[in-house]
Design a protein around this ligand. Structure first.
Ligand code: BTN
Length: 320
């Protein structure tokens, strides 16, 4: 029904179509027409509504397409193979499947919408249609399996540098959340496949809340999350952002291959909002407290406890 409605508006560009006309064309009630208009608005369509005249289509949602990505892409490897989808359960699932079928390093999976986007620690990841950047990148680094967490920090640095160009207040919360004014704007999910202690591949999942409006968030997230649109007051070009991120990621990935984790660690330290702060850490054992003092060579967080001990956390959910 929504498709038919859009078609009608496209055939009548710039023209007001009354609720009555639309309900006749679509063979439904005027209330149903209004509901469809509302659901299209949620997808990013913009309508002008004028009493007695009806509705006029002002803007269709911007889509990420292959041509706009390829025109902007400056990388050598990352994103050179692009798999673009309208709707998927999770780009992570698609990427795993593609690698199992031979996809190479740098393959980019990107979707306009995810129906089962997943975050860390089994959480759901809100991925409404056309509003954000929901993507997964295949990496095949030749590193020992225990070094994998270093990649999480590497991706966080690449993402933070990219987002910083659009909203300078962004910082990294250990291990891999991107925050603006204490609110989450982007998240990273690394999933790896290993055999006999050997890393086969890593799927780097990145979610960036690009053009979400306040009303796109459910009540429980509104206080905790923000988007580039909310921060900047104007929508951003998602294809340009994807390409910039891939370039940052490729540069850092090459630096890591050549020089190891040390330079990445220094960059991460410069961009983090976690160090030298009082933190709470949610672990499988419960909530623990202390002051985050450093990260180590593997990317683990060192926390000074009130009793004078320093404890190393390899994973966990930090509150600050
Ligand atoms: C987190 O902060 O908890 C991680 C969020 C990761 C979300 C991205 S969106 C693209 C990719 N596909 C998924 O299902 N998740 C990641």
């Amino acid at each position: 029904m929504n498709e038919r409605l859009v078609q009608l508006f496209k055939q009548n560009q710039g023209v007001f179509l009354s609720g009555e006309q639309l309900s006749k064309e679509l063979n439904c009630s005027r209330t149903a027409v209004w509901k469809h208009i509302q659901s299209l608005r949620k997808e990013g369509f913009e309508f002008e509504a004028v009493p007695k005249l009806g509705y006029r289509l002002l803007q269709v949602p911007e889509r990420i397409d292959q041509a706009s990505l390829l025109a902007r892409l400056q990388t050598r490897t990352l994103g050179r193979t692009i798999k673009l989808y309208d709707e998927v359960d999770s780009t992570q699932n698609i990427a795993h499947e593609l690698v199992r079928n031979g996809a190479g390093e740098g393959t980019l999976v990107i979707a306009e919408q995810q129906t089962k986007g997943r975050g860390r620690m089994g959480r759901n990841w809100l991925s409404p249609k056309g509003k954000g950047i929901w993507m997964s990148v295949v990496l095949k680094p030749e590193i020992p399996l225990p070094f994998t967490p270093q990649l999480t920090l590497l991706v966080a640095v690449a993402l933070c540098r990219t987002i910083r160009k659009l909203t300078p207040e962004v910082g990294i919360k250990w291990p891999n959340d991107l925050l603006v004014r204490g609110k989450k704007i982007s998240g990273i999910l690394l999933e790896s496949s290993a055999e006999d202690e050997r890393l086969n591949y890593v799927i780097v999942g990145v979610g960036i809340s690009a053009n979400l409006k306040e009303e796109d968030y459910p009540d429980d997230l509104r206080e905790k999350a923000t988007s580039l649109l909310i921060e900047r007051g104007e929508p951003i070009d998602r294809a340009a952002l994807v390409c910039d991120f891939l370039l940052q990621l490729e540069d850092l990935y090459e630096l890591y291959r050549d020089q190891g984790f040390a330079p990445i660690r220094t960059l991460w330290e410069a961009l983090t909002v976690t160090l030298q702060r009082k933190v709470t850490i949610q672990t499988a054992q419960g909530i623990e407290e202390g002051t985050a003092v450093a990260i180590d060579d593997m990317g683990a967080l060192l926390v000074a406890k009130p009793d004078g001990r320093t404890v190393t956390y390899f994973s966990g959910d930090v509150g600050q």
